[in-house]
Design a binder for this molecule. Structure first.
Ligand SMILES: N[C@H](CCC[C@H](N)C(=O)O)C(=O)O
Length: 291
C-alpha cells in the first residue's frame, strides 16, 4: 500500500499534505506522531488531510493534526497550502474555494500559485469561547488577564481564531521567554483545551514581530492563526491599525481586520517535494483497532 503526499510549508511552518479524496489511509494518532518525527519519519509541524465535502455548500473538508497526534480546529498557514495543493493536484479549478474545518468554513482564494488570501472568519474574545477559565466573566472585555506562571504574573490577551490563542506583549522578540513560558502556558490549567502562545513585539501601528509556541508542536517558524490572533488583539486594544504586517521567523504575513468583520490573512505557500510511503511501515494498528 503506497500513499502519495506533498511536503509543503507556509513561511517554514511545514506540513505533510495527503489527499484522502482519492486515497484511503487510517489516521491513528500514533501513526501521525511517527510520521511527524524529524529523523525517523517524514517530519512536519502538522499533517493536513484533504477529504471530500460532507456538506453541499463547501468544496472540501480539511482536517488538521499536530505533530503530537492531536486533531485541531484550524491551521492558517495550512489553509493556504491546502488551496495550492488542491489546485496542483487538479482536485478543483476554482480560484476561490470553501473549506470546512472543525471550527467552521474558511475561504482561501489563489491570487497566484504562490500567494493565497484567506477569509479566516471572525475572532472571538469571550473566555468561554477560547476556552479560558476566569473567576467571573466581566461584560466589558479587559485588555488582558493576569495569569500566574513560573512564579510570576503574566498579562495575557486571549483570542479564538477557530483554535485557542494567548497573546503576550514583549519588548524584544529575541529575548522573549518562549522556551520557558511557552510550554508552561500551553498546558496551563486555565486553558482546558491547551493553547497556542504568541509573543508579540509592537514595532509600530502597522508592524509587529511575533514568535509562537504552538499547542501540540512547540515553537514554529510561523503560525497563521497566531498572526491573526496577535494582530486582532492589538487592533482591539487600540495598539494597532486595521492592517498589520506580522513578521515571523519564516517571513511576513499580512493581516487585515475591521472590527465586527472577518479577518483576512495573505501570505505565500511552497511545495518542497512530493513522495509516497507505506503507513504500515510506520505503524500497524492493533487487531482490535478499527482499520
Ligand atoms: N498548533 C495549532 C494548529 C496549527 C496552527 C498553525 N500552524 C497555523 O498556521 O495557524 C493548534 O493546536 O491549534
Amino acid at each position: 500500500m503506497r500513499i502519495q503526499f506533498s511536503k509543503m510549508h507556509g513561511l517554514g511552518n511545514d506540513f505533510m499534505v495527503i489527499d484522502l479524496v482519492t486515497q484511503r489511509m487510517p489516521l491513528h494518532p500514533e501513526l501521525i506522531r511517527r510520521l511527524a518525527h524529524r529523523n525517523f519519519g517524514i517530519g512536519f509541524d502538522q499533517m493536513l488531510i484533504v477529504e471530500a465535502p460532507e456538506r453541499p455548500d463547501v468544496d472540501f473538508k480539511y482536517r488538521i493534526f499536530n505533530a503530537d497526534g492531536s486533531e485541531v480546529e484550524q491551521c492558517g498557514n495550512g489553509v493556504r497550502c491546502f488551496a495550492r495543493f488542491v489546485h496542483e493536484r487538479h482536485l478543483t479549478k476554482k480560484a476561490k474555494i470553501r473549506v470546512e474545518t472543525k471550527s467552521g468554513v474558511v475561504e482561501p482564494e489563489i491570487n497566484n500559485q504562490a500567494w493565497v488570501r484567506v477569509n479566516m472568519g471572525e475572532p472571538r474574545f469571550l473566555p468561554d469561547d477560547i476556552p479560558f477559565k476566569v473567576e467571573e466573566q466581566s461584560p466589558q472585555l479587559p485588555d488582558s488577564y493576569p495569569v500566574e506562571a513560573l512564579g510570576q504574573t503574566v498579562e495575557l490577551d486571549v483570542v479564538n481564531m477557530g483554535n485557542p490563542h494567548a497573546v503576550l506583549l514583549v519588548d524584544d522578540i529575541h529575548t522573549a521567554p518562549v522556551d520557558t513560558l511557552g510550554p508552561v502556558l500551553e498546558s496551563h490549567v486555565r486553558f482546558p483545551q491547551r493553547v497556542n502562545v504568541g509573543f508579540m513585539q509592537i514595532v509600530n501601528r502597522g508592524e509587529v514581530r511575533l514568535r509562537v509556541f504552538e499547542r501540540g508542536v512547540g515553537e514554529t517558524l510561523a503560525c497563521g492563526t497566531g498572526a491573526c490572533a496577535a494582530a486582532v488583539s492589538g487592533i482591539r486594544r487600540g495598539l494597532l491599525d486595521p492592517e498589520v504586517r506580522v513578521y515571523l521567523a519564516g517571513g511576513p504575513l499580512l493581516i487585515q481586520w475591521q472590527p465586527n468583520d472577518v479577518v483576512w490573512m495573505t501570505g505565500p505557500t511552497a511545495t518542497t517535494f512530493e513522495g509516497t510511503f507505506n503507513p504500515y511501515d510506520f505503524y500497524v494498528p492493533e487487531q482490535n483497532e478499527e482499520q
